[in-house]
Write a protein that binds this ligand. Sequence first.
Ligand SMILES: Nc1ncnc2c1ncn2[C@@H]1O[C@H](COP(=O)(O)OP(=O)(O)O)[C@@H](O)[C@H]1O
Ligand SMILES: [Mg+2]
Length: 263
Amino acid sequence: MCSSKLSSTIIEIDKALDKFNDIDFSLMAYPDCSKELIMKRIEKLHTMGVEALYLSVDDKGRLSPTLVGKGGRGLVFLCKACGVEHVVKLRRTDAAVSSFQHEANMQTYANKLCIGPRLVAWDDDILLMEYIKGENLSSFLLKHHSLNKLRQIFSHLLIQCFILDIGGLDHGQLSDASKHVIVTQQGNAVIVDFSHSSIRRKPRNVTQLASYIKLVTARFGLCFHHKENLNEILREYKCSPSVAAFDRVLEGLDLGVTTARSV
Ligand SMILES: Nc1ncnc2c1ncn2[C@@H]1O[C@H](COP(=O)(O)OP(=O)(O)O)[C@@H](O)[C@H]1O
Ligand SMILES: [Mg+2]
């Protein structure tokens, strides 16, 4: 969403409060736009270690913080921390939850399994985390890619799902992975948004992502030859999620027996 030109404009966080008349910060407390809340959040970002906010020119021609994504619970902005690009997810004032505590705990858990953007700091309203530069899986899939490239992305994602399954975390939103996976320019697929995750539910990441892959390969007419007994293979995996059962899922989806054993 942000181009390199836009990313080059920044406001140092300790100067932001002096620039209230020049910069439109309203999205930082969306949709209420409460000035007090925005000021409180800017101060909090400062104490969390955010050094600067990246700015872009918005639709009305005003400078505003660069938005990299928007969901039902938060708006995600590009910022600088530890000298490099990071993002902050700011809780929407109309979000269904009153705190990011659960999401932060789930993301920390996922990070221990080396999954998801690294969470740096958080409070009830703010998550400061690693910036995953790339595009959502949905827009990535709209472009033409070789089957090998798609195989690589899908199998890499399924391996992460297997790690989450074995590690005991259910992401909760992978049956529609479109907006919850970012594909980087290097071809890595990163799972984001742990707001609906749970360590109490039985993890179903592999089977949920497998349904998504079945759906998108059919929708985009991609030449994957899924095995006829794929549903049975998925049922077996669901009953006992072993490395061997996972390999059969990869084979069943025509992704090849990759490397579950080498993870
Ligand atoms: N760490 C990140 N790096 C880059 N973009 C991100 C990151 N986290 C989220 N996004 C973008 O912001 C969007 C909204 O974030 P998300 O966590 O899904 O919010 P919500 O919980 O409100 O659904 C995502 O779809 C993604 O495009
Ligand atoms: Mg989301």
